[in-house]
Design a protein around this ligand. Structure first.
Ligand code: PXG
Length: 300
């Protein structure tokens, strides 16, 4: 919960209301197709040190996802960015997490999106629970889950839709195995991504990450890592990877808005590299942390 006076203030815009309302008043209709069908899109954004990190990239991805499902967001990108910044300011969030959700809106009990004339827009700015700090020092042990990532020709993982059951089913496997994260393969058996993060490996001094066409979400953090690695003189290739590539990698890490950069030291009980976080991974983590402290759209 945010500790702003009066509790969490949530931006809500639907057929009836527009503006910030206290959490208990921020209700969405049970007829909203976001609830009934997972018909909608979302973003998870971080604020660090009084700045919203990679805001324009997140907003652009939100609109791209919405466009792909023929959802016309009744607000331009600039105004949406302002909503995110305002949500942080009103809730006195300097370091936290913003969830932006745009759903199809209130309709009837059928699938027909034409029955939903007004999309529902929700923006929540709050603090978040992160992975234990220890994981960043010691590294994470992960498993390959049996649930395959959605096929792009059925539901493209590059649409950040409200339909996250594929990931949640995979996450349940991860939890049952007593781990924090798991690796999902695509329907052809190649490496796709984690349940909520992208994967990188280092081999022979070069970074490799899954290309978007292999069926992944094109992560904003993935983009930041490609950018900072390139600036550090490390070459980065988008390559379709097999499990064998990961088992035999020198280093491995996951990237995501929530996770940032997490070293992976073991996959399916096989040690990766020396079985400890790699030197390049640690350099990237350090550079990433510096960047989060200095870049972004100011909240005040
Ligand atoms: N793949 C998937 C399937 C994701 O959901 C990423 C990759 C990484 O993308 P970004 O743009 O964040 O670098 C995501 C993002 C959470 C949580 O609470 C998950 C995400 C984002 C924010 C929070 O688990 N997933």
């Amino acid at each position: 919960m945010g500790d702003a006076p009066g509790g969490l203030q949530i931006y809500l815009r639907d057929g009836i209301r527009q503006g910030f309302v206290p959490e208990r008043e921020a209700n969405v209709s049970v007829f909203d197709h976001g609830y009934l069908y997972g018909d909608g899109v979302f973003e998870g954004i971080r604020a660090y040190h009084g700045r919203v990190f990679r805001l324009s990239e997140h907003i652009e991805r939100l609109y791209r996802s919405a466009h792909a499902i023929c959802l016309k967001i009744p607000m331009d990108e600039e105004e949406m960015a302002q909503v995110v910044v305002s949500a942080c300011r009103i809730n006195q969030i300097r370091d936290g997490y913003v969830r932006l959700v745009v759903s199809r809106g209130k309709g009837d009990l059928g699938l027909d999106p034409r029955k939903c004339p007004v999309p529902t827009i929700v923006c929540i700015a709050d603090t978040i629970d992160l992975y234990p700090p220890d994981l960043y020092k010691k590294g994470m042990e992960i498993i390959t889950v049996s649930t395959r990532r959605n096929r792009p020709d059925a539901l493209n993982p590059n649409i950040k839709s409200l339909n996250y059951l594929n990931n949640i089913i995979a996450k349940i496997e991860v939890i049952q195995a007593g781990k924090f994260e798991g690796l999902m393969l695509n329907s052809e058996g190649y490496v796709a991504e984690g349940t909520g993060d992208n994967i990188f490996i280092l081999r022979g001094g070069e970074l490799m990450t899954t290309p978007v066409y292999a069926g992944i979400l094109e992560g904003i953090t993935r983009g930041v890592v490609i950018e900072i690695a390139t600036k550090m003189g490390i070459s980065v290739h988008e390559r379709v990877l097999t499990l064998l590539d990961v088992y035999g990698a020198d280093e491995c890490f996951l990237t995501g808005t929530g996770a940032e950069i997490v070293p992976v030291i073991k996959l399916d009980e096989r040690a990766i590299g020396a079985g400890v976080p790699g030197a390049v991974t640690e350099q990237l983590i350090q550079r990433f942390r510096e960047l989060t402290q200095e870049a972004g759209v100011p909240i005040e």
